[in-house]
Design a protein around this ligand. Sequence first.
Ligand SMILES: C[S@@+](CC[C@H](N)C(=O)[O-])C[C@H]1O[C@@H](n2cnc3c(N)ncnc32)[C@H](O)[C@@H]1O
Length: 182
Amino acid sequence: MDTFSLLEREWRGFAAHVLQAGARTAIDVGCGRGALSGALALHGRLQTIGYDWSEAAVAVARGSLSHPLLSFETHDFGMPVRPTGVQPGAVDIVCCRFVLQYLDLPAFIANARCLLRPGTGTVYVLTQVREEMAKHARGGEGLPRAVIAELRGAWPAAPVWPLTRRGEVVAVALGDPRRAGS
Ligand SMILES: C[S@@+](CC[C@H](N)C(=O)[O-])C[C@H]1O[C@@H](n2cnc3c(N)ncnc32)[C@H](O)[C@@H]1O
């Protein structure tokens, strides 16, 4: 799957469901080459830090994307340690694009809740749906439907929308109903 061309389609849903007026800061968990991080800074005008545990990925992202609002750092989100550069309760948007399947779900939710701005912060998850991938694409990658439902159930507001025609890839915005526009 070409994650760069997907990003063009993805941005409209992100702007409608996630990017609210007043949002200033974002982090991109498991940013890889930094495609989404770059869009957050460039199009969303968000102060953005892209994190990946791979030093090689961070080096590629740093070498290919440059913007005054953008930086990249190494961090392992499997560790119970706060990433450098962010304060608890100060992040408007936590992004997790094609990464959640590699992380411990309860630990990720706990970390995200701690970092997010209370009341208005949003977690953005983009994931393949395992059952749909098995049916329509090669392999059974991504999160099972039941895990996506469990994730959505842990948040007061959790709209989900498809990114592909047959629903192999979905986006979810996890937040609080007090968010503007929810
Ligand atoms: C499928 S790639 C997605 C990259 C990017 N988010 C995108 O959409 O193109 C998954 C990324 O998650 C990173 N990753 C996996 N486990 C991680 C962890 N525990 N902490 C930080 N990054 C992790 C990998 O190094 C890889 O770059």
